[in-house]
Design a protein around this ligand. Sequence first.
Ligand SMILES: [Fe+2]
Length: 350
Amino acid sequence: MAEVATLQRADELPLDYRSGLDAQNLLPAWTLLRALMPVGAAAPVAQPAQWSYAKLRPYLMRAAELVPMEKAERRVLGYVNPGLDRARLSTLPSIFFGLQLIMPGERAPNHKHIPAAARIIIEGEGAYTTVDGEKLHMEEGDVVLTPPLHWHDHGHEGKGPVVWMDVLDHPLAVPMDISYVVPGKMADGYNEQPDAGDTWYSCPGLVPYRAPGARGPDYPMRRFRWQRVKQALIASSEVASRDESVHMRYCNPETGESIMKTLDFSARMLRPGESVALKRASINRVFQIMEGNADIRVNEAAYGCGKNDTVAAPTYSAITLQNTSSSPCFIIQVDDLPTQTKLGFYEELA
Ligand SMILES: [Fe+2]
């Protein structure tokens, strides 16, 4: 590599010059250049981190006593990365994870917003989300989508607490100064028709017939049932060769594109004892353990994980996933690959 010049620091400039620049809304860019573009390789600020559901759950349950729904709108405990400014409310620089709790009979009011959201259902039954009036039942492990600027609310008609993981892309939208929410009126009721995943998109490979050139809806399917995903992973593992990863991507059934424009969701099955080393790449990745136990190594950190635990792996991390249970381990991965490929930023390291 060529010799790297040491650039001038701001405090090496005369004070009157700096205050003159300040008054003109100017900064000497060379004094910040190395921080913005470290030489040779990125130096992620976010840190590898783990959140243990068993340790977090009591705090979440206590939130039900401490904050009524009308004072929270959404009762969510955010997973904040220890390396990032807490006010960013970010699990990784482009991804937010946070646990949401809803108690029997509660309703989280209708609203719509610019950040896109998806939920991964963690525990409990009887809750639902509606998106533009389409009622989506939430069963454990399901992924439920609420796209940007689509009206949505949540309710709970069952017994006991229901918890789901909120996954949002507000860490991308907020720095762009485009994030906002529009509160709406509580809907009077919903039709009880099955959702699109049980009707128009219930058969893999089959989509509604359209005129030539006609485009389908941007978000045709908003609920991806875990039981079907798991079934597909198990069936695929039975035909996959031993060295082939069983890893499948959630996609828009009309286009094959990612279910969120910004974030990719995919599901993995690790066979008992299986260990997978992932490619080092520029993407931010979060792993959510759905079933089984795993050791997740991120650079020098090693995390023993069980069901419902979460691990965040910053950009360019060396990552190994190992199933430590005697049964299959299922993991949902969320990453910002769609954003990075659209921006032309994605790279893999050799
Ligand atoms: Fe929302």
